[in-house]
Design a protein around this ligand. Structure first.
Ligand code: GDP
Ligand code: CA
Length: 307
């Protein structure tokens, strides 16, 4: 079955590992968020694309949730000893990828082509694409500041409440080559259990991607990133409380209003299925502890086509 998955970093990457175990990996296109991208020490870093690539290549660090397994930090120690910026952690193994990508970008190669090339070199069979080749950056408005995404998320450990999220460059951004074709050919459109506001939001800020999803002729299924109304990691629950007024399945579905037909929710949220406004709930266990749990969750989401 041909599928497209809209994905952020950690939650998205875990889910995508399941998707490629229930359908032919070469039939899977992952559209990744680039709103978190940043320049660190002169290097272009695409954290969410990298989480997806590393997870699909089996190189990801399970404990940390991001970056590579068996990572070392010697380059960063040198940076620190020289008084360089170290707030954003880049491991030695990870750095190699950033070097290759940054050089290619400077030589004028678009991000999507580079990402496809990196995926191939890593032995990844699924197609991994950025939502856009254009510059699109997420900004976070807190009660006191307007912060670039990573300054809020990493440097300030997302402790500030979020009043609004905006996407610099979103309005003018066009989908990366291949994204709309993949969406047009897919038999199922999936939204990973990623943060709706800061992981999926920037992808949907690309107008033509949102329109393609809204005009779909095949089912679209989102997986909730919440279990028992709480985020497994990160600030999604706090953001939903503040920006949508709650953390029930209806509040999650509301973030994708008009864009999804079904929402996979955890058994822990099955008591609270009011107000889904035509979105069909699919209740299952959604904690992606290991590869088998990820595979089962993907199977539940893909089951929406048969149903
Ligand atoms: P980021 O870009 O690295 O922040 O990652 P994502 O936005 O893709 O993923 C973060 C979201 O994944 C959080 O809202 C988590 O609640 C969710 N998440 C992480 N692990 C799990 C899991 O095992 N099950 C479910 N349902 N959600 C998860
Ligand atoms: Ca992210």
């Amino acid at each position: 079955m041909k599928v497209v998955v809209l994905s952020g970093g950690v939650g998205g990457a875990r889910f995508v590992q399941g998707v490629v175990r229930v359908t032919e990996p070469s039939d899977v296109t992952v559209v990744g968020n680039v709103g978190d991208d940043l320049e660190v020490l002169g290097l272009h870093v695409s954290p969410d694309l990298d989480s997806i690539l590393y997870a699909l290549a089996g190189l990801n660090d399970e404990q940390r949730g991001w970056g590579r397994a068996g990572e070392t930090w010697r380059a960063l120690e040198t940076v620190r000893s020289l008084g360089g910026e170290t707030w954003f952690q880049l491991g030695d193994l990870d750095l190699g990828l950033h070097l290759v990508r940054t050089q290619a970008l400077r030589a004028g190669e678009p991000l999507a082509r580079i990402t496809l090339r990196l995926a191939r070199a890593l032995g990844v069979e699924a197609r991994v694409l950025p939502a856009t080749d254009d510059r699109l950056r997420t900004w976070i408005r807190t009660p006191t500041d307007e912060l670039p995404f990573q300054e809020w998320f990493v440097a300030r450990a997302h402790r500030d409440e979020v009043e609004a999220v905006s996407f610099e460059g979103g309005a003018g951004a066009t989908p990366a080559p291949g994204v709309l074709d993949a969406m047009g050919q897919a038999e199922l459109l999936l939204v990973a259990p990623s943060n709706p506001y800061v992981s999926i939001g920037p992808i949907l800020a690309v107008g033509a991607i949102r329109e393609a999803l809204a005009a779909r002729r095949v089912p679209a299924v989102a997986v909730s990133p919440l279990i028992g109304g709480r985020a497994v990691t990160g600030p999604a629950d706090r953001m939903l409380t503040r920006l949508a007024g709650g953390t029930s399945p209806a509040h999650v579905a509301g973030a994708y209003s008009g864009l999804i037909d079904a929402l996979v929710v955890d058994e822990a949220d099955a008591h609270d299925l009011e107000g889904l406004a035509g979105v069909r709930p699919i209740v299952t266990r959604t904690l992606m502890t290991d590869l088998e749990a990820r595979r089962r969750l993907a199977e539940a989401a893909l089951g929406a086509v048969a149903a």
